[in-house]
Design a protein around this ligand. Structure first.
Ligand code: GRG
Length: 298
């Protein structure tokens, strides 16, 4: 097969993840069909699928094989999608567009959007805990479920979001900003890589190394998000630009300036790649995926 570019490989893999996600959604039937429709509307709206992609590629790096990874890939994207639905609500960022289409509350109303977020979160754990039962031979599965519960929770994504909301409109210290970024954005990226490693049977030190790579990738990803919020276009981004300014948020880019933010993204990406190179097993695509995040346009 002719060589295809990294961009094409990413898009082909994202397409496969789209199919996988759809296959894990419940059928739209019963009195509660609205909740299935609302879940599907946001889940299938065409995100980059970075978290399940990182999970799968980390799994492959450690020689993982088989289907145990699939419900976990669906679960992490469902948790991510719930966080986006809730983040867009009037009580939080109050955004009208996400992933290039109207936000859930704009289409289905606030009550159904809140419920769809809750439903995606709960369904993620339904899928992952069933995988623990269905794959008793996978020794890392129960620890993977624990990571899936802990990282998006109070000491992870929700904790970061709580501090972010609390400090909105107030100057933040470098330490507070690092905490917010590591938790609200980094935690799910760390979880993705850790779960991929655990399900492939990686050892404690390897899982820790994945957590640290995930931390660098998550930080770089969030700073790039800050940069794009200033420099991009809403038609490319699929969501409004200038959202941080509108919401009175201090970000790495507004505090340190665009050039320093770009330097920091490059530095973090280099660190992530060199830590990745030190792992047992190699996965050239995962390396390229991480490098490509530096130049991402959406
Ligand atoms: C419980 C009411 C309530 C709210 C929770 C936890 C939370 C709100 C929000 C999570 C924080 C958050 C949205 C962080 C931003 C992370 C980020 C950069 C998201 C965008 O991710 P991409 O670019 O999006 O991967 P796509 O659409 O490509 O999947």
């Amino acid at each position: 097969m002719a060589d295809i570019s990294v961009k094409e490989q990413i898009s082909e893999k994202a397409g496969r993840i789209d199919h996988l996600l759809e296959s894990f959604l419940p059928p739209e039937e019963g009195y509660e069909a609205t909740v299935y429709r609302t879940m599907k509307y946001s889940l299938m709206a065409g995100g980059k699928r970075l978290r399940p992609m990182l999970m799968y590629e980390t799994f492959r790096t450690f020689g993982g094989d088989g289907k145990v990874i699939e419900p976990f890939m669906a679960a992490i994207e469902m948790i991510h999608t719930y966080s986006l639905i809730h983040d867009d609500l009037p009580a939080l960022d109050n955004d009208d567009y996400r992933r290039g289409r109207l936000t859930s509350h704009k289409v289905f109303g606030e009550a159904q959007a809140i419920l769809a977020g809750d439903a995606l979160l709960n369904y993620a754990y339904e899928l992952a805990s069933k995988a623990v039962l269905d794959f008793p031979e996978c020794r890392g599965a129960s620890e993977a479920l624990y990571v899936l519960a802990r990282k998006p929770g109070v000491s992870g994504m929700i904790g970061g979001q709580v501090v972010d909301v609390e400090l909105t409109g107030r100057p933040v210290t470098a330490d507070q900003l690092a905490y917010i970024y590591r938790c609200k954005t980094g935690a799910l990226i760390e979880a993705s890589m850790m779960i991929g490693a655990l399900l492939a049977g990686a050892g404690d030190s390897e899982v820790k190394a994945c957590e640290s790579i995930g931390e660098s990738v998550g930080l770089a990803f969030q700073i790039q998000d800050d940069i794009l919020d200033i420099t991009s276009d809403s038609s490319v981004l699929g969501k409004p630009v200038g959202s941080d300014e509108k919401n009175d948020k201090y970000t790495y880019a507004t505090i340190h300036g665009l050039d320093a933010a770009k330097d920091r993204v490059r530095e973090l990406s280099r660190k992530a790649v060199s830590d990745l190179d030190a792992l047992r097993g190699s996965n050239p695509f995962l390396r390229e995926l991480i490098i490509s995040l530096v130049d991402r346009e959406k």
